[in-house]
Ligand binder design. Structure first.
Ligand code: EPU
Length: 339
């Protein structure tokens, strides 16, 4: 385990903004996680865990603490029966290579989450999801280092309190746990229609009638490639805003403002409004605000084209949020975590 000093956080995140971190250490084993956490405690420094930095925004003042960069590898089959295979994956594994392995094994449950950037350990933090699947659907449990009790623990799916783009790791337990591995139960059945709207449309347009995990993976990769800018060339953090969730009582008012507003009814009686639609409707699609470009193919994504600082990004974000609030009385929220 090697610790480096004074590291520019912008080099660690795909949005490429922000100040410096006091310390950075890569961890490859559970022992290194425990040692890094003990070191931080001894120095009274906060810790922040990152994977590949694709869902993290760093502020200009930097981070006066220890960044733990998760590198723990591993892919193990821990149970297998007629209908399912359960795998345990190291938190540092690249998420898409795990999806690819699962698809090659003909297992279903995560194929629609193909080509999402980032590491496996980051998945449960924001309950990562795409095209109708989210990690909470297949997660059985996860293993983590608990910095409060200085011990390794297993947390069940229920312990994580998953909701749309939410878990305890970005709520009540933020900063407490270092996730070291994730256990997923995948099914031996093949995916079946109807699929998530845009995926279903893609299959219909291309006259696809047989569905396998591989066919779904390939379709999702194609759709993502068309709509999501590659952070290697265009710095971004994927969806910059969460979709809005509104109560049934707000629906009449919203329809009066715009009868074409897309509304998706959720199981709990609330409604989801795509934030991308609200941003486009507010006239921001393709626009440059304070050096941040609202992506012209998907308004939910902000690209750091020429922002000088986190403050530029915050100005762009706040301008978008307040205009949407003024137009619709709906307050959309930032999706990536902040350090
Ligand atoms: N829309 C617009 N204009 C836009 C973008 C979207 O009108 O510029 C509307 C369309 O009506 C479209 C609807 O928004 O039908 C929904 O769009 P889409 O199905 O592409 O999904 P999304 O809600 O924009 C979510 C996730 C993505 C994920 C896609 C696909 C969130 C915050 N984002 O986006 O996740 O890939 O679904 O399932 O939930 C990410 O989290 O980084 C991410 C990319």
């Amino acid at each position: 385990m090697q610790t480096q000093n004074d590291i520019p956080i912008k080099d660690l995140t795909t949005m490429r903004l922000g100040g410096s971190a006091r310390l950075l250490t890569d961890v490859n084993t559970n022992d290194e996680v425990a040692a890094a956490c003990r070191e931080a405690k001894a120095k009274s420094l906060p810790i922040f865990v990152i994977g590949s930095g694709s869902n993290i925004i760093a502020k200009d003042q930097g981070f006066d603490g220890l960044i733990i960069r998760m590198r723990i590898p591993g892919f193990e089959i821990i149970a297998d029966d007629d209908g399912s295979t359960t795998i345990c994956v190291g938190a540092g594994e690249n998420w898409d290579s795990i999806v690819e392995r699962a698809v090659n094994m003909n297992l279903s449950g995560i194929e629609a989450m193909s080509a999402i950037p980032g590491t496996t350990g980051a998945g449960p933090v924001q309950n990562v999801g795409a095209y109708g699947q989210e990690i909470a659907d297949t997660l059985v449990s996860l293993q983590a280092y608990d910095t409060q009790t200085d011990s390794f623990v297993t947390l069940s799916k229920a312990d994580c309190k998953f909701a749309y783009r939410y878990s305890i790791f970005r709520g009540e337990a933020a900063g407490r746990y270092v996730i070291t591995s994730v256990t997923l139960r995948l099914l031996k059945t093949q995916p079946r229609p109807p699929f998530y709207d845009s995926l279903q449309k893609y299959f219909e347009e291309n006259n696809v009638q047989t569905f396998t995990v591989k066919i779904v993976r390939d379709a999702v990769m194609k759709l993502r490639q068309e709509k999501l800018p590659n952070p290697k060339y265009l710095p971004n953090s994927g969806s910059f805003f969460k979709n809005a969730i509104v109560n049934a009582e707000q629906i009449d008012n919203l329809k009066a403002i715009d009868p074409n507003i897309p509304l998706y009814k959720l199981a709990d009686g609330k409604y989801k409004i795509p934030a991308g639609w609200l941003i486009e409707r507010a006239g921001f699609k393709g626009k440059l605000l304070h050096g941040m470009r609202v992506h012209d193919k998907n308004a939910l994504i902000l690209i750091n084209e020429s922002a000088a600082s986190y403050d530029d990004l915050a100005s762009a974000r706040d301008e978008i949020i307040s205009k949407i609030y003024d137009m619709f009385h709906v307050r959309i929220e930032q999706e990536p975590l902040e350090i």
